[in-house]
Write a protein that binds this ligand. Structure first.
Ligand code: S3P
Length: 431
């Protein structure tokens, strides 16, 4: 059942929240634990719908995975421990599950079938199926492997040096994971801009040698993974909603604890600084392969900026909420080189522009981004929708904190995909 929620203005946001675990890192911890030898313990695992889809798929391949509210134990038996699933692997709404798992399945000597929801069925899969076919995997799917449902029969892969036309960590990861199943050959992925490097960092934590060089990553086939313990830092993409909320709601001050600040993800922090936000970042000691910080954000007077090029992959998932932020900044904010937005859970150029216009923002779509002019009073008194996209839902919920009149947010349940405790956190900060 799709839920609708009425949301009203909030006068002030103050207090402390612990940001839930990072979605990208939670997925990888379960996947890598599933193909490692031994017991992997994962703490602060994100209990969002997407990561639970990953758990369910690997369970169907015979991996013993136990979940106790945020603590996950994965009993891996090495890559060869994966079994042919007797059922379809349902990825739900999760692009990361689909693309990384196809990379693993490409090297598995059995048949599997992948299906997801309506949104997944529209997302381009040829960006992974093409290079994996070049490596020798037998993959088929709707429209010649462009879309789900996909069927995979893996095994016998050859290494490649792949020049990806897009900066995508999902593509890079799928190829590197397939590269693990070649025979002592080197697989390399080169991207136009560096994408998030959680796979490279975590594979190293599992004992695999991965080389990184500016926009390339390489792996030698035949290496096995040894189980390890993983602490998942708070997701900076989830923190982004409260960073923006703290900056735009009057008289606010929010402390966000344990936020992952991997430099391939911190574009939102760069943009907040560029726009003049009052933000303090305190790095924390003792975190091994992913850096972590506590962050304080306060109500700020903001100015427009330009966001493009190398910065885009570092904040691609934050663009919906950055558009809202920009509506509260003086002057124009120009976002370009971001056509990847069109192939996310929704076409995020259309959904961001369409929904923010309904509540009075001055925003215009461009071919590869958008232009937002501020500062605008957001009106409210409108029915808006997440369109089934968690990040659009949360962006609109944060917008409602400053609209003159209440808004009605349709398909609010989409938020469970990455931040099931979002409204609890918002309510705990509202004064
Ligand atoms: C992700 C990579 C990004 C991001 C997505 C998660 C990952 O997608 O938008 O939410 O975990 O690797 P692309 O690889 O398509 O850029």
């Amino acid at each position: 059942m799709e839920e609708t929620k009425k949301l009203s203005k909030i006068n002030q946001l103050t207090g402390t929240i612990e940001i839930p675990g990072d979605k990208s890192i939670s997925h990888r911890a379960v996947m890598f634990g599933s193909i490692a030898n031994g017991k992997t313990e994962i703490s602060n695992f994100l209990m969002g719908a997407d990561c639970l889809s990953t758990v369910s798929c690997f369970k169907k391949m015979g991996v013993a995975i136990d979940i106790q509210e945020g603590h996950v134990t994965v009993e891996g038996n090495g890559f060869d421990g994966l079994k042919e699933p007797s059922d379809i692997l349902d990825v739900g709404n999760s692009g990361t599950t689909t693309r990384l798992m196809v990379g693993i399945l490409a090297g598995a000597p059995f048949h599997s079938c992948i299906i997801g929801d309506e949104s997944i069925a529209k997302r381009p899969m040829s960006r992974v199926t093409n290079p994996l076919r070049m490596m020798g995997a037998k993959i088929d799917g709707r429209e010649d492997g462009q879309y789900t449902p996909l069927s995979v029969r893996g095994g016998n892969l050859q290494a490649i040096h792949y020049h990806s036309p897009v900066a995508s960590a999902q593509v890079k990861s799928a190829i590197l994971l397939a590269g693990l199943n070649t025979k002592n050959e080197e697989t390399t992925v080169t991207e136009p801009h560096k994408s998030r490097d959680h796979t490279e960092r975590m594979l190293r934590a599992f004992g695999v040698d991965v080389k990184e060089d500016e926009n390339s990553a390489s792996i030698i086939g035949g290496q096995s993974l040894q189980a390890t313990n993983i602490f998942v830092p708070g997701d900076i993409s989830s923190a982004a909603f409260f960073l923006v909320a703290g900056a735009i709601v009057p008289n606010s001050e929010i402390l966000l604890k344990n936020v992952g600040i991997n430099p391939t993800r911190t574009g939102i922090l760069d943009v907040l600084e560029q726009m003049g936000a009052s933000i303090e970042i305190t790095p924390k000691e003792g975190h091994t392969f992913e850096p972590v910080a506590d962050i304080v954000i306060r109500t700020s007077s903001l100015k427009g900026t330009t966001i493009s090029g190398d910065l885009i992959p570092k904040l691609i998932d934050e663009i919906p909420v950055i558009a809202l932020l920009a509506s509260q900044a003086e002057g124009d904010t120009i976002i370009r080189d971001a056509s990847e937005l069109k192939v996310k859970e929704t076409n995020r150029i259309d959904t961001v522009v369409g929904e923010l216009k309904k509540i009075g923002a001055t925003i215009q779509a461009t071919d590869d981004g958008m232009i937002i002019s501020g500062k605008t009073k957001l009106t409210g008194n409108a029915k808006v929708s997440s369109h089934g996209d968690h990040r659009i839902g949360m962006m609109l919920a944060i917008a409602s904190c400053i609209t003159e009149e209440p808004i009605e947010l349709e398909s609010v349940d989409a938020i469970d995909v990455s931040y099931p405790t979002f409204f609890e956190h918002l309510d705990s900060l509202a004064k």
